[in-house]
Design a protein around this ligand. Structure first.
Ligand SMILES: NC(=O)c1ccc[n+]([C@@H]2O[C@H](COP(=O)([O-])OP(=O)(O)OC[C@H]3O[C@@H](n4cnc5c(N)ncnc54)[C@H](O)[C@@H]3O)[C@@H](O)[C@H]2O)c1
Length: 440
């Protein structure tokens, strides 16, 4: 199959590299010339484990190509994927579909022969109808079908998620398009991956329903954590106690500073907008959006309280800036709320993140970047763990303690044990777990 991907971001690049690895011939297009130049030079524009090797292998074997010229890529393609961004629209929180519609216009002008236009971007219900309308207007006699194929990959585990997904969802009622989609995902049929064919609108809604459900789960455990702090219970044990129930499941029950990232915040918000527009509000998701935003803001207060209520003139060492581990993605990361609030309260921030410092330097002001965790702790009045990178899970705590000016540690990801930290002499605050004070 000849595949074209419009938009070479996290989703477009990973999808393109994986489809090429399945044996298809793939051209990834992006309007951002610097991204394409980097890729042509073998430099990944994003950090994603294993992606550099997968791209290099498929480029070398001449199945994966990059270009800024959609004409060259779209002509003769069996399937053209739209994998452009759908950020929150400024002012009202609806999904901004201008990039999707822009891509549809380009496809309309350039496609030839039967073309399956696949929307992989996360788009509100009815967008497929709109894309079809745009293409039909320019090409009244065009031979094409518009399919929804939402992407469920997680940054940080994207290649595995794409190649061994829990399911693939394809929204189309066009028989020829269905055959093309089956052929594209044929390697997954061999692994018995469930491939769910639905109507296009159903497929579009499945993506939002999935993300909203996960956001509800996270927010639920975050509120349980707050309650645990008030009543002297331990949220990790609550998580385990409920998660072992097969109806609930263990995943997405880690209490933390609130969800961030490129998907949950904008997708939950967009779902509430769609639901309200149709007079069928999803009140549980409305509440989740509100609770999560408030939580991210409240986290700075937790740090300030742990530092005795006043951080003016103090230095805070911060570990982790990305919205989660194994990515350099800073979109809607909790650090973007927490750090400016600490600075506004008078603190100086020294931060270290294994991959996200370059990206963070464009979004955060006046941060001193450290070259490792120990340098971030050096001379600081407290150490705050914001992102759960594996390399922060086994720090040399003696060295951290010696580097710090005080013994205050705030762990917003619960990666250390309160007992251990107390034994090692830290005044340790975490999320939803009892404080342990060993001092007489
Ligand atoms: N990032 C994730 O983890 C993830 C997971 C599942 C779904 N999604 C969805 O996938 C979509 C893409 O997300 P992303 O994180 O990859 O976005 P991104 O911002 O990383 O990449 C989008 C790319 O599209 C390019 N672009 C815009 N218009 C173009 C055009 N007409 N032709 C060619 N390139 C164009 C931009 O230059 C940019 O490089 C979004 O709808 C998102 O919600 C993202």
């Amino acid at each position: 199959m000849k595949v074209t991907i419009l938009g070479t971001g996290y989703v477009g690049l990973v999808s393109g590299a994986c489809f090429a690895d399945f044996g298809h011939t793939v051209t990834c297009v992006d309007k951002d010339a610097s991204k394409i130049e980097k890729l042509e030079a073998g430099i990944m524009p994003i950090y994603e484990p294993g992606l550099d090797d997968l791209v290099a292998k498929n480029v070398e074997e001449e199945r994966l190509f990059f270009t800024t010229d959609p004409a060259e890529a779209i002509r003769g393609a069996d399937a053209v994927f739209i994998a452009v961004g759908t950020p929150s629209r400024r002012g009202d929180g609806h999904a901004d579909l201008s990039y999707v519609y822009g891509a549809a216009e380009e496809i309309a002008q350039l496609m030839d022969g039967f073309t399956v236009v696949v929307t992989k971007s996360t788009v509100p219900v009815g967008t497929g109808d709109e894309v079809e309308e745009i293409i039909r207007k320019t090409r009244p006699d065009g031979d094409f079908a518009v399919v929804s194929n939402p992407e469920f990959l997680r940054e940080g585990a994207a290649i595995k998620d794409f190649k061994i997904p829990d399911r693939v969802v394809v929204g189309t009622e066009d028989e020829r398009a269905r055959e093309v989609m089956k052929e594209l995902y044929r390697p997954l049929f061999l692994n018995e991956t469930p491939i769910l064919f639905t109507a296009r609108r159903t497929s579009e809604l499945i993506k939002y329903a999935a993300n909203a459900f996960l956001a509800v789960k996270i927010t639920f455990i975050n509120e349980m954590a707050d309650l645990c702090e008030k009543v002297g219970a331990n949220v990790q044990e609550v998580s385990r106690g409920i998660g072992l129930d097969g109806r609930i499941g263990k995943k997405f029950l880690n209490a933390g500073p609130g969800y961030g990232g490129s998907c949950f915040p904008k997708d939950t918000l967009a779902l509430t907008k769609t639901a309200n527009d149709h007079g069928s509000p999803v009140r549980i998701v409305d509440t989740v959006v509100e609770v999560n935003a408030a939580r991210k803001k409240a986290m700075a207060g937790k740090v300030i309280a742990a530092m005795g209520g006043d951080v003016s003139g103090k230095t805070i060492g911060v570990l982790g800036l990305a919205f989660k581990q194994n990515t350099d993605d800073m979109r809607d990361a909790p650090s973007l709320d927490i750090l400016p609030a600490l600075q506004a309260a008078g603190a100086t921030i020294k931060a270290y993140d294994p991959e996200a410092m370059e990206e963070a330097s464009h979004l955060l002001k006046d941060i001193q970047f450290a070259k490792n965790a120990y340098e971030a702790a050096e001379g600081a009045d407290a150490l705050v763990i914001v992102t759960e990178w594996d390399q922060f899970r086994a720090l040399d705590l003696e060295r951290i303690k010696a580097a710090l000016k005080s013994n205050v540690a705030v762990d917003l990801r619960n990666i250390y044990s309160p007992e251990d930290m107390a034994t090692k002499g830290f005044a340790y605050t975490s999320i939803g777990r009892p404080l342990i004070n060993l001092e007489p």
